[in-house]
Unconditional design. Structure first.
Length: 236
């Protein structure tokens, strides 16, 4: 690392330290220190516990209005250094976090660290492939196992789209089955009151088939609805 690269990293680090100090100076820090204390009590291996350990190891605390920032550092396994700070913002921009701070930090880092442009681009592509995490909060995910959460990030948008398309196709098939079955039952219904045995037999089997199609479609829709509720419960 040459002298210019060292100076650039030093400028970035001092800029971030100054920003954190300024925010902390003008904020009431007691609630955030209490939040860190609560995170320390969580089980080992949880995201919240890892955040607390990282803050303690670096003699830091949560920054007001930027608590989720530390969450992303731990979740994405980016160190709290000048380089990894810019790398994380490259990931987040690729992940869809189109905020002024993210763009500003990434631009600032790209100007000062041109030797890492390829690395930033690689992180940007990783963000594009990952599920969206810009709305994740400590309150919601602190108790979740960190390893499990990182595995969830590996589900690419393409894989999610396939799952979504499969569910939509199944739903469409279930509705079609219900519609076809119901219409078939309606069509056969008048013949079931006929005194002609041939009409009764000829209409009876299609009527039963229509009932099976309708019942099967309803059960499929019910299972899909139950599956969606279970997924929402797990995410919470």
């Amino acid at each position: 690392m040459n002298i210019f690269q060292k100076i650039a990293r030093s400028i970035i680090k001092k800029s971030f330290d100054l920003a954190v100090s300024t925010i902390s100076f003008f904020s009431k820090m007691e609630p955030y220190e209490q939040k860190v204390s609560d995170l320390r009590k969580l089980k080992n291996g949880t995201l919240g516990k890892q955040i607390a350990d990282c803050l303690d190891n670096n003699n830091w605390t949560l920054v007001p209005k930027y608590e989720s920032h530390d969450l992303k550092h731990i979740l994405l396994n980016y160190q709290m250094t000048a380089e990894d700070e810019i790398r994380m913002q490259a990931f987040m921009v690729g992940n869809g976090n189109y905020s002024i701070p993210s763009f500003a930090i990434l631009l600032f880092g790209a100007i000062l660290l041109p030797d890492l442009w390829l690395t930033f681009y690689s992180d940007f592509k990783k963000g594009r492939k990952s599920i969206a995490i810009s709305e994740w909060t400590i309150e919601k995910y602190a108790n979740r196992n960190l390893t499990e959460l990182r595995l969830e990030l590996l589900k690419s948008k393409f894989e999610q789209k396939i799952i979504f398309d499969m569910k939509r196709a199944i739903k469409f098939g279930a509705i079609t089955s219900i519609t076809a079955g119901f219409l078939g039952m309606i069509f056969c219904l008048p013949f079931l009151f006929s005194s002609n045995m041939a009409d009764l037999v000829g209409a009876g089997f299609p009527f039963v088939g229509g009932a099976i199609l309708t019942a099967g479609g309803l059960l499929t829709l019910s299972n899909l609805s139950l599956s969606n509720k279970n997924q929402q419960a797990v995410s919470i």
